[in-house]
Design a protein around this ligand. Structure first.
Ligand SMILES: [Cu+2]
Length: 84
């Protein structure tokens, strides 16, 4: 699993956050935990495969925003076991 953090220019309100969340959902297959913040100018999501920067950049630009930075880190899904 990978966690991707996007720096995005142009988000002004909750509607913008929803637009970006939609873009991520449509662009990244199986994206989970999609969250956007217009105050931070940041979106994050988790995915099985490494996110493709070029397709995200294009999809975000097509929606009227600008991808300024993209960081990917390995993400360990928390596992809970009843058997310790
Ligand atoms: Cu807005």
């Amino acid at each position: 699993m990978y966690k991707t953090t996007l720096k995005i220019d142009g988000m002004m309100c909750g509607m913008c956050e929803a637009h970006i969340n939609d873009v991520i959902r449509k662009t990244i297959k199986g994206a989970q935990n999609i969250k956007s913040s217009h105050t931070k100018g940041e979106s994050t999501f988790v995915s099985e495969e490494k996110a493709d920067e070029e397709s995200l950049k294009k999809a975000i630009a097509d929606t009227g925003y600008e991808l300024k930075d993209l960081q990917i880190e390995e993400y360990e899904k928390k596992r809970f076991s009843l058997f310790g």
